[in-house]
Design a protein around this ligand. Structure first.
Ligand code: KIV
Length: 265
């Protein structure tokens, strides 16, 4: 079993080889995803909605994240495993270090944190200096939903798009090794993907990014009326969950997904 590392993602970016990632929250799905060709899994704080039934990610605790990260790791020992630091779990240095260490100790390879303001950039620097690998998350950052006033496309005007691009460059300089870019236009995603040397994983950012990620319930078409327009139900054309995941992986690797229907321009 070959273990996927951040160096593999780096090589894939250089070779322009697209890759598919997905969220998972338990061992059974994590194993199935790995067996169907997924090498990068995120234990997202989206579990607040998908598993716990809340209407945002804000109620998720570090204890929840530790529990689900340990479950996923047992199901998929070879995947590159990212785990979210949930809302307000990285507000101070001490909390950030303890909470990140706890996620790494149950099997995360990298922690993900949202935002690109100066204090987040400094946090990234401090974490990477302490051997905690960081995936950053820019664009629509769901922990800031009450600041944004809804789940909206980000970077629509020149000032905000430049801010996202500059944050991405600063996060890379601070030591982030991966970036999740959510709900931005194709053009902004293209500028950021080309400007960075680290891999960029898009969600609602068009097929120009190095990789794609979707929430597993969206891939399986079981989210219901809140399914975002950038997502696609891959279960509708297959016989079973395994087919749906293979279809998702193949469509990402061949740049068929996301199509123009699932892209913001
Ligand atoms: O929490 C999550 O699932 C995420 C993805 C939407 C990227 O952050």
């Amino acid at each position: 079993m070959k273990i996927t590392t951040i160096s593999d993602l780096q090589k894939w970016k250089q070779k322009k080889q697209k890759f598919a990632a997905i969220t998972a929250y338990d061992a059974t799905f994590a194993k199935l995803f790995y067996e169907q060709g997924i090498h990068v899994i995120l234990v997202g704080d989206s579990l607040g909605m998908t598993i716990q039934g809340h209407n945002s990610t804000l109620p998720v605790t570090i204890k929840d994240m530790i529990y689900h990260t340990s479950c996923v790791r047992r199901g998929a020992p070879s995947c590159l495993l990212l785990a979210d630091l949930p809302f307000m779990s990285y507000a101070t240095d001490a909390e950030t270090f303890n909470n990140s260490a706890a996620l790494m100790q149950v099997g995360a390879n990298m922690i993900k944190l949202e935002g690109g303001d100066l204090w987040v950039i400094n946090t990234v620097k401090k974490l990477t200096q302490r051997s905690i690998p960081v995936c950053s998350h820019l664009g629509l950052t769901p922990q800031s939903i009450n600041i944004f006033g809804g789940y909206k496309i980000q970077g629509r005007d020149t000032i905000s798009s430049e801010k996202i691009l500059n944050s991405a460059l600063s996060l890379e300089s601070a030591g982030s090794q991966l970036l999740v870019l959510e709900c931005v236009s194709f053009d902004l995603a293209k500028r950021i993907t080309n400007a960075l040397t680290i891999p960029v994983i898009g969600i609602g950012a068009g097929n120009i990014t190095d990789g794609q990620i979707l929430v597993m319930q969206d891939v399986l078409g079981i989210t219901g009326e809140n399914t975002p327009s950038f997502a696609k139900n891959f279960f509708s054309t297959g016989e079973n969950i395994q087919d749906a995941i293979r279809h998702y992986v193949n469509d990402v690797e061949s740049s068929v997904f996301p199509s123009s229907e699932n892209t913001f321009y």
